[in-house]
Design a protein around this ligand. Structure first.
Ligand SMILES: [Zn+2]
Length: 442
């Protein structure tokens, strides 16, 4: 039968296609077609070759998966990468990061740092990231120009921050940004109250009212360390998560980042309110913050996504590496080698991230009608041979150097490891320049 549908813009023919939904499936010798930025065809190779397509790409030895979703980070902090290492969280924040932010962070810092983060993430197969940093409108502008996808959160703290003198000013900026980005195809705006210990009850209430009115997500560091929970108990008589529940903040659009300190009562709250948890294993390991019990959460039915956190505490934005760490750590924490298998780990890095951001109808899996946010991993190297299960090979035996191509909404942003929308040479020079300025004595 001749194919009378409009031609595909692009037909991809990889060795393996991992849709993530349905779970655990690997399609061999299948093709994926893109039309108008969306996935318009998935089928066996012979059928794929009968489709009319403007462009056809053979991808031998490559695995096609949904683009990785980095569900937590502070993009512009790439410019503070490696500035203060091997310190506990509060020392790191109070004596190094917050003073450096006060000294250096302005709109040009955020623009350059965000560009660097976007480039690093695209090269690592990430197509969507969540960002919590100052001057969020600058991040929106950089994401818009780059062609990438992001959830930009508006930071809210009880004190003055770069770009907002008061909490009310920050909230007002959030309302404006939400209105401006409401119809943007690749950017969503959420509220980012920093943490229970930096946002008081009155400000939490303001955020709750606004988030309800605007149907916006709330993204917050919660139970990052035992100290935070202990301090919360001493000051309020409640664990921070319980305080957030009482304040009415918890719900399906609440993203609790870190959650290394978890009791059965905490899990019951997360389940009751259908919250997502964003697991940041390498940041938690490096700051010795604790261990998120991913398998217990997963078994309880909590949606667990994964994030790199900022480059100042990780120190890279390598979500594939982070996913491997998560899979290994989950087994150690659960005391079970069956915890977080490779397929579930990939799901955590894709569809669960989409669900956390409320984007699961749009991205996170390779399904007809979804946006063509796709990563091609090259598994043809010696270190990947032989291949019994390509997903196992991807998670346990590959690194982000295996990323060859990346598309966001059908537009190719990484072509054979080359960035198409960002100037790598300029970004490199710019980062070196910032490093010199920041390192120089005052
Ligand atoms: Zn963070």
């Amino acid at each position: 039968m001749p194919n009378r549908a409009a031609p595909l813009d692009l037909l991809l023919l990889p060795s393996w296609l991992v849709p993530v939904e349905p779970a655990g499936v690997v399609l061999h010798d299948h093709g994926l077609g893109i039309r108008d930025g969306r996935i318009a065809f998935i089928g066996p190779r012979e059928e794929a070759l009968r489709q009319t397509a403007i462009d056809v790409r053979e991808l031998p030895g490559m695995l096609l998966s949904p683009g990785l979703i980095n569900a937590h980070g502070h993009a512009a902090m790439t410019l503070f990468r490696g500035m203060a290492d091997d310190l506990p969280l509060m020392t790191w924040l109070e004596h190094h990061i917050w003073p450096a932010e006060g000294r250096w962070v302005d709109e040009s810092f955020v623009a350059d740092g965000t560009d660097l983060a976007i480039a690093e993430q695209l090269q690592g197969g990430i197509t969507c990231f969540s960002d919590m940093y100052f001057y969020p409108w600058v991040a929106c502008e950089r994401v818009n120009l780059s062609g990438m996808r992001a959830q930009i959160t508006v930071p809210v703290l009880d004190f003055e921050i770069p770009g907002a003198r008061t909490t009310d000013e920050a909230l007002h900026q959030g309302i404006e940004l939400f209105g401006e980005m409401r119809h943007h195809p690749r950017i969503s705006i959420a509220f980012g109250p920093h943490a229970p210990y930096t946002v008081n009850d009155e400000n939490l209430q303001k955020i709750r009212v606004l988030a309800d009115e605007m149907d916006a997500a709330i993204h917050m560091h919660v139970h990052e360390t035992a100290f935070e929970v202990q301090q919360g108990l001493e000051q309020t008589g409640e664990r921070p998560l319980a305080r957030l529940a009482r304040a009415g903040l918890l719900g399906p659009r609440f993203q609790a980042v870190h959650m290394t300190q978890i009791t059965d009562a905490d899990i019951a709250l997360l389940v009751e309110h259908n919250c997502s948890v964003v697991h940041c294993p390498e940041s938690n390991l490096k700051l010795a913050s604790g261990f998120c019990p991913v398998e217990r959460l997963w078994q309880a039915g909590v949606n667990v996504a994964i994030g790199t956190d900022g480059a100042a505490s990780n120190n890279d934005l390598d979500l594939l590496g982070e996913t491997r760490t998560a899979a290994l750590l989950a087994k150690a924490v659960a005391g079970s080698a069956t915890a977080l298998d490779a397929h579930r780990a990939l799901r955590m890095a894709t569809l669960n991230g989409a669900r956390a951001m409320g984007l699961e109808e749009h991205i996170g899996s390779l399904e007809l009608g979804k946006a063509a946010d796709i990563t091609a991993f090259d598994l043809s190297g010696l270190a990947q041979q032989p291949i019994y299960d390509p997903v196992s090979q991807l998670i346990y035996a590959s690194g982000r150097h295996c990323v060859r191509h990346v598309w966001v909404e059908g537009r190719q942003l990484l072509d054979d490891r080359r960035l198409t929308s960002l100037d790598e040479v300029r970004l490199h020079a710019c980062a070196v320049e910032w490093g010199k300025r920041i390192k120089a004595p005052l």
